[in-house]
Design a protein around this ligand. Structure first.
Ligand code: FAD
Length: 288
């Protein structure tokens, strides 16, 4: 099923994300994670793509497992370090496997990376155009409530985002954030600027102290004082921190929904217990 269909009518949706293993011999355990997570009935499940595209087959394999578990898959695809031929190969593989949803991404710029002359893709909008020309895919794109780190301004970032939508992105998934006000302001600005596709809020449950440092480094997102106090109080006790992280994420989702944001994507980090705990905390809300 196309994700644009799932998101239409502004129904409440909660989706999950998994990442493929780094080595092939771990593929079966990742598939087991997918099967377990599918039991919590997410609206769809996305699978990330290795930065350099070297393990693209792993992403397709996991997307297939999502499909076989009865959940709609969304396959991520990055383009920056791939040739046009490689993109054609991967998109063709997805098409052959009846995977019809692709999150079209540029990918982060590796340190010391120089754009080769023959490089075809510099930005995600070019990948969107390429995928669109290759078949009847439902294409999504990434967005950044606290501005993409390379952008000079919010205005510029939103103009580039609007262009991705104009090229054919039919939904957007946001970078993680911990302060709902940041997302709500961004959401409003997108609407003012004419971005009218569903904008899915990306929520990362922080369930251990190491994860928060890494998440902030990667995402450039701000962390409210309330969250730091939770870290200070519970960071040294793994079980308490996990519980607090689940509750924080659940509260964030409830507050977003109370503000009219009905589409949530949880960065579940291959943790079925965390995914289920959040879903349990939302059981009546999801089925309202
Ligand atoms: P783009 O939309 O191309 O934007 C990149 C930068 O270029 C922005 O600053 C933008 O404002 C600017 N820009 C865009 N268009 C133009 C233009 N026409 N002219 C000038 N500047 C322009 N990475 C992975 O490696 N694998 C994944 O699976 C993955 N999944 C992700 C999922 C989500 C929901 C998000 C938010 C990010 C994900 N990433 C992933 C990270 C992503 O690849 C990086 O954030 C990357 O730096 C930007 O990707 P993009 O698709 O947003 O790029």
């Amino acid at each position: 099923m196309k994700i644009s269909e799932i998101l239409k009518d502004n129904k409440v949706t909660v989706s999950f994300e998994v990442f493929p293993p780094k080595q092939w011999d771990k593929i079966e355990s990742t598939k087991a994670v997918v099967r377990e997570m599918s039991g919590a009935s997410p609206a769809f499940m996305s699978v990330t793509y290795g930065a350099a595209g070297t393990r693209s087959g792993f992403t397709t394999e996991i997307a297939n497992e999502i499909k076989n578990s009865g959940v709609t898959p969304l396959s991520h695809l990055t383009c920056l370090t791939s040739t046009r031929d490689k993109i054609h190969e991967v998109v063709g593989e997805l098409r052959d496997n009846n995977i019809e949803n692709i999150l079209a991404l540029r990918g982060d710029i590796p340190e010391g990376f120089v754009f080769p002359d023959k490089q075809y893709f510099e930005y995600a909008y070019q990948l969107i155009n390429e995928i669109k020309a290759m078949g009847d895919f439902c294409i999504g794109a990434a967005c950044y409530p606290e501005i993409h780190p390379e952008s000079k301004s919010r205005i510029e970032d939103i103009e580039h985002l609007k262009y991705k939508v104009d090229c054919g992105a039919s939904f957007l998934t946001s970078q993680m954030f911990f302060d709902n006000e940041k997302f709500l302001n961004f959401y409003e600005m997108c609407r003012i600027k004419g971005i009218d596709v569903p904008i899915i809020a990306g929520i990362m449950p922080i369930t251990n102290a190491v994860q928060i440092k890494r998440s902030i480094e990667l995402s450039n997102c701000s962390v409210p004082k309330k969250f730091f106090r939770i870290m200070e109080r519970f960071g040294d006790n793994p079980e308490s921190m996990k519980q607090a992280g689940i509750v924080y994420a659940t509260e964030q989702i409830i507050d977003l929904m109370a503000n009219g944001v009905n589409n949530i994507h949880i960065y579940t980090m291959n943790k079925p217990d965390v995914a289920s705990a959040i879903m349990n905390g939302l059981s009546h809300i999801i089925n309202e």
